[in-house]
Write a protein that binds this ligand. Structure first.
Ligand SMILES: [Zn+2]
Length: 360
């Protein structure tokens, strides 16, 4: 089968490690399904894998990709009785627990100490014509949700959903600050917050990206300096925002602590600019600030996201759709940090719709 994979790793030039070519067709282990992939989307996670940086050692050749939507093609041995029938259109939840520990059995596989994702360690990635998926990870799609749209959901949109609604617990009428206005999780946060009646203030150093955030539905967009903090306080009657959605880290930490209201919440799901800011603990305790971590989301939360898409409440922003053969173009766009919306890769024949746009 055709697949996009890390043929080696290259810390400085990740795209030099990318190859598209034939890989052996996988066969699903017991309790797993084989998904015929219709669409997959790219994430920065894939660029990190190409650099050789992952939660587990990267052992090339490693097929890339965390997100996939497609059709159930079959099952390995021990198919669970409640698993979707062959031919069902599904999106795959991308988190995989060990299945045996207390977290996996009794609480939530997301909290498994051995939690992994497609394209990490022993798990094949989704940028291929077929990918093995644990049967429990399959989420059926309503007819109104296309594969291209669905392929955006499992990483960026699910991460944003959990940060906003589960960790920060934002409610209609709240105001959130979203850093790095053009990133995948930031874009998803703006669309999801807006759909829920939550007001968004976006931040970016780039004027064009600030304009794009407003076009997407942010109430306002500001820069990243001290003056911008004052602007945010001004926009919230001096009070500060109810929650901050941050995947940037060091570069935005002080901004977050200054812009969040007393007894407000800063949710962190990434640290692209560095992981060790000055903690400013005096500010944290004196202002009763909640600092919460978040990674991905649960299968149940993915189901809710799919429901939002199916009901027409959410329409993920797709920047470009490329066939698997031309995935390098998609990676170049992702690596350059230019363009808005998800990069979606389609397999075989082009399925269904073309690019979606921002919700009108
Ligand atoms: Zn486990």
């Amino acid at each position: 089968m055709l697949a996009a994979y890390a043929a080696r790793t290259d810390r400085n030039d990740p795209l030099a490690a990318l190859e598209v070519g034939e890989r052996p067709q996988p066969s699903p282990p017991p309790g797993w399904a084989l998904l015929r992939v219709a669409a997959a989307s790219l994430n920065h996670h894939d660029l990190w894998t190409l650099r050789g940086i992952s939660s587990r050692p990267v052992k090339p050749p490693q097929i890339l990709g965390c997100d996939a939507a497609g059709v159930v093609a079959g099952y390995g041995p021990d198919r669970p009785v409640d698993a979707p029938a062959e031919g069902t259109r599904v999106v795959a939840h991308s988190g995989i627990g060990c299945g045996a520990c207390a977290a996996c059995r009794d609480v939530e596989p997301l909290f498994c100490r051995d939690f992994g994702m497609f394209s990490e360690g022993p798990y094949q990635g989704t940028l291929a014509e077929y990918v093995p998926v644990p049967a429990g990870n399959l989420v059926p799609l309503p007819a109104s949700v296309g594969f291209v749209e669905a392929a955006c959901l499992p990483t960026a949109y699910l991460t944003a959903y959990r940060m906003l609604f589960v960790r920060a617990g934002v409610r209609p009428g709240d105001t959130v600050l979203v850093h790095g206005a053009a990133g995948g999780v930031a874009t998803a946060s703006i669309l999801l917050a807006r759909a829920a009646g939550v007001s968004v203030i976006a931040t970016s150093r780039d004027e064009g990206k600030r304009a794009a955030a407003v076009e997407l539905g942010a109430a306002a967009a500001v820069g990243t300096d001290r003056d911008a903090v004052k602007q945010v306080l001004g926009m919230t009657g001096g009070r500060g925002v109810d929650a901050v959605i941050d995947t940037v880290g060091e570069a935005t930490w002080e901004f977050s602590l200054r812009a969040v209201r007393i007894d407000g919440t800063v949710v962190v799901a990434g640290a692209t600019s560095g992981a060790n800011p000055g903690a400013q603990l005096n500010r944290v305790f004196w202002r009763h600030t909640r600092v919460l971590g978040s990674t991905m989301g649960t299968r149940g939360e993915l189901e809710k996201l799919v429901g939002l898409c199916g009901g027409g409440v959410l329409r993920p922003l797709v920047g470009v759709v490329v066939p698997l053969e031309r995935v390098r173009e998609g990676f170049e766009r992702l690596a350059a940090g230019e363009g808005r919306g998800k990069v979606v890769v389609t397999m075989g024949q082009t399925y269904e719709q073309g690019p979606a746009t921002a919700p009108g």
